[in-house]
Design a binder for this molecule. Structure first.
Ligand code: ZN
Length: 326
């Protein structure tokens, strides 16, 4: 039996490896992308003989190592801002705004649509009134994308809202936010959304950095390593009970990580309609296709994943990740 090759051992190594996979599939395809991660000697104009080593970055949100740096920077920026508040807001609201969508909707249509709807909503009288009523202190939000083989791009906005009012209940807030969101969607000619599933609001505990997360983390790195190891196992299953047990556990772990169920739909849709993949998971699946020519993902073909990630890269390349609104 051949020994397993080691492609990565840390999240950073995984991100670097994924960048190569994305370049190999022409999702990252400019000179800037190709040079990302290289180091180069740069000299200053005023003293050309002094050269210093600089690592080049493409700073594209679709480039795993660059995206990881961008997300980390924002997580630090927001936690620094929160820690400087001598009198932190007494209430944290976690608001999720989504779009109604199907596989017919291209990513750009939904992404541009959600961005214009958010800015339309924030410019409305109703939103300003809501901010005043809630004694708004600051908020930040972020657009997240998941992809389902059955319903296409699930583009949604996670908002973390810090305020000082504790008298307005979630039951009263939800219809207000739903009404504002619906007006903004209709202004942007997007489909209406249901108050039950497409607007969510709940109380958070403190601030930390809700809603900001890395596409690739330690758990995903380990899970991908397991998936790769599985491929190098001999096909014949050893007959000891322990081996069977550990294999089924491993299988469960990798399935669990790779086909996350959308909790919003639990109990309302058939489970096969609620499978969603994060961008990080799709990148991991593309890596599996790259490494193993006979690899099959039950939900997406290799071409399907490349098409999805290309649409996301082309749409998102010049957009920011998040910012604090005071
Ligand atoms: Zn990069």
């Amino acid at each position: 039996m051949s020994s397993n090759p080691t492609y990565f051992n840390t999240v950073q190594e995984l991100n670097d490896f994924l960048r190569e996979v994305l370049i190999d599939n022409s999702i990252l395809n400019t000179d800037r992308h190709l040079n990302c991660g290289q180091t180069k000697y740069i000299s200053l104009k005023r003293s050309p003989t002094d050269k210093f080593l600089r690592s080049l970055k493409c700073e594209d949100l679709s480039c795993p190592p660059c995206r990881s740096d961008i997300v980390a920077k924002h997580i630090h920026k927001i936690s620094d801002y929160i820690s400087t508040q001598s009198d932190p807001p007494s209430r944290t609201l976690l608001i999720t705004l989504t779009l109604s969508h199907s596989t017919q909707h291209p990513f750009k249509y939904l992404y541009d649509g959600i961005k214009s709807s958010i800015s339309h909503m924030k410019n409305s009288y109703g939103w300003r009134k809501l901010k005043t009523d809630l004694k708004h202190r600051f908020h930040f939000d972020r657009i997240e994308t998941k992809v389902s083989p059955h319903t296409g791009f699930n583009v949604h906005c996670h908002q973390v809202f810090g305020c000082d009012d504790n008298s307005i209940s979630l039951t009263d807030l939800k219809p207000r936010i739903h009404s504002l969101w619906s007006k903004s969607l209709s202004h942007n000619k997007l489909r209406p959304v249901s108050p039950q599933y497409d607007v969510d609001i709940k109380e958070g505990d403190g601030f930390e950095t809700y809603g900001l997360k890395q596409e690739q983390n330690q758990k995903m790195m380990e899970s991908l390593k397991l998936k790769i190891e599985e491929r190098f196992k001999p096909k014949r299953i050893k007959s000891t009970v322990m081996t069977k047990l550990s294999m089924s556990l491993r299988h469960e772990v990798s399935q669990m990580d790779y086909r996350s169920e959308d909790k919003r739909f639990k109990g309302n849709y058939k489970p096969e309609n609620s499978i969603t993949y994060s961008i990080g998971q799709l990148e991991g699946e593309l890596m599996m296709y790259n490494l193993f020519p006979d690899y099959i993902n039950p939900d997406f073909s290799r071409e399907g994943i490349v098409k999805i990630l290309k649409q996301i890269q082309e749409t998102q390349r010049n957009h920011f990740y998040t910012k604090i609104y005071k």
